[in-house]
Each structure stands twice: as C-alpha cells, then as structure tokens.
Design a protein. Structure first.
Ligand code: MN
Length: 249
C-alpha cells in the first residue's frame, strides 16, 4: 500500500480529535509527518503513529515555546534515540518571540549538535524571520551527510533559498505560501527535486475552515498550475522526493 499525497508538516495532536485526524490520513493514504511542539507530547504521538501505515511522528521543541520550556531540551534528548524524525524545531525572530531569541539559539544549537552526533535524522525546521540565522547554524552545527533538513513554510528571500539549496535543504510548501508574489516567485525558483508539500494544520485555514492533511491536494494543484504541469506529475515528483529523503542513512 503506497501513499498518494505527502503532508510533511502537520500537528495532528492539536486537532480537536487527534485519533480521528489520524484515521482520516490512514483512510485517504496521506503520508503525514506529525510534528510535536513539546517533547512531552512525544510518547503519545509516537505510540499512535506506530500503529499506522502512513503517519510518522517527529520529536520537537517549538521555538515559540522555548521562552517557557527551554529546560525541556533534556526531555527532548532523552527521546532522541527513539525517532528518525525531528520537529518542530528552529528559530522564530518575529516580534512576539524576539525576546527569547538567544535562548532559542541555545536550544536549536543543542538540537543540531545532537543530530550531527547521532546522524541519520530528518528535521522539519521553522525559520520565520530567521532564515539567515537558521542557515548559519545549519552550516556550523549539522554536516550535510549527518542529517536531512526540510525547511517548513520558508519565507526567506530568493538569495536565502538559493543558499539553503546549496546546503542541501528541502522545502515543504503549503497553500498560504502562494498568496504573496514574492513568496510565490521564491517557490518557483526552487529545484523540483527539493520540494515537498505540507498543510501545517491546524494552523492554516482555507475559506474559514481548518486545513487537514487530506487538503494537501490543494498544494499539489497550485504547484501544477504554477509550474504548468499536471497534478499527477507533481504528486509523483513529491513522492519520489520523499523516497529520496527516507532512504537517507
Ligand atoms: Mn508548525
């Protein structure tokens, strides 16, 4: 049984009904990376994901929570050997989180250093208003052969995107990213073989409704339209990119 679509960044445990959200992905065959915002959520997410065909749980410590939860990096470390997937981690330099930026950097450095040390991890990384800082830290603390990096909802400049490509990064694209001309043209500048899709549900809405992993087909359609090809070709390309990432040792 193979999946038809890929949602490489979603928070299934933050939907009103976590188990129902999982069942929906299973029924529809949507490969879903369910990221966590605190390592305390890891055991339950992992336990549910292990019973499925298409859900993979990621171990995270969200940069927006670091101000209050930096000490949980110890819990994060204690679970590291249980998972191949890391997220949501990264930096957020937006106005609401700027004051914790130094603490965020300390936590993110620890995350990257540990991933570099153990190797073989696949990371979903948040970089809001912090693209250059994230890329600087990746360059310094995670060697390209020691981890696979997927930049989630990347909103950096075209030059930053190019630098990320050179560092070996992938990008998970959601529907919101097509809304501004600047971001849309950045997406279109990315190499085909570095693109994945995501929903970031339940944080994204479409027509007032919370976006779910099954809605990732909308992103596939948008990519097809923009790249002047068919949704089928895009979907196959995304699955092939996913296979490339997954086969990384
Ligand atoms: Mn997220």
């Amino acid at each position: 049984m193979t999946s038809s679509f890929v949602d490489f960044h979603c928070h299934l445990d933050l939907f009103p009904n976590h188990e129902e959200a999982i069942l929906e992905c299973e029924r529809a065959g949507v490969y879903t990376l369910t990221v966590t915002t605190t390592p305390k959520a890891w055991p339950h997410n992992n336990e549910l994901a292990l019973k499925t065909r298409f859900i993979r749980a990621a171990l995270g410590l969200h940069p927006q929570l670091v101000a209050d939860r930096a000490s949980e990096i110890k819990i994060w470390e204690s679970y590291l050997s249980q998972t191949r997937y890391i997220g949501e981690v990264g930096l957020d330099a937006g106005p609401s989180y700027y004051t914790s930026l130094n603490l965020q950097k300390q936590v993110f450095q620890r995350v990257l250093t540990m991933c570099n040390q153990v190797g073989g991890k696949i990371l979903s990384i948040h970089s809001l208003r912090a693209a250059t800082m994230v890329l600087d830290m990746l360059e310094k603390h995670l060697k390209p052969d020691r981890g696979r990096v997927v930049l989630h909802w990347f909103t950096g400049s075209k030059a930053e995107a190019l630098r990320a490509v050179e560092l070996g990064c992938y990008f998970s694209i959601n529907a919101e990213m097509f809304k501004g001309d600047r971001h849309r043209s950045t997406i279109l500048s990315l190499p085909f073989e570095r693109i994945l899709t995501e929903t970031d549900g339940p944080f994204c809405k479409s027509n007032g409704k919370t976006v779910r992993p099954v809605d990732v087909s909308v992103v596939v359609n948008l990519l097809a339209m923009e790249l002047k090809t068919t949704p089928d070709i895009i979907a196959k390309n995304i699955l092939s990119n996913l296979n490339t990432i997954e086969s990384f040792q």
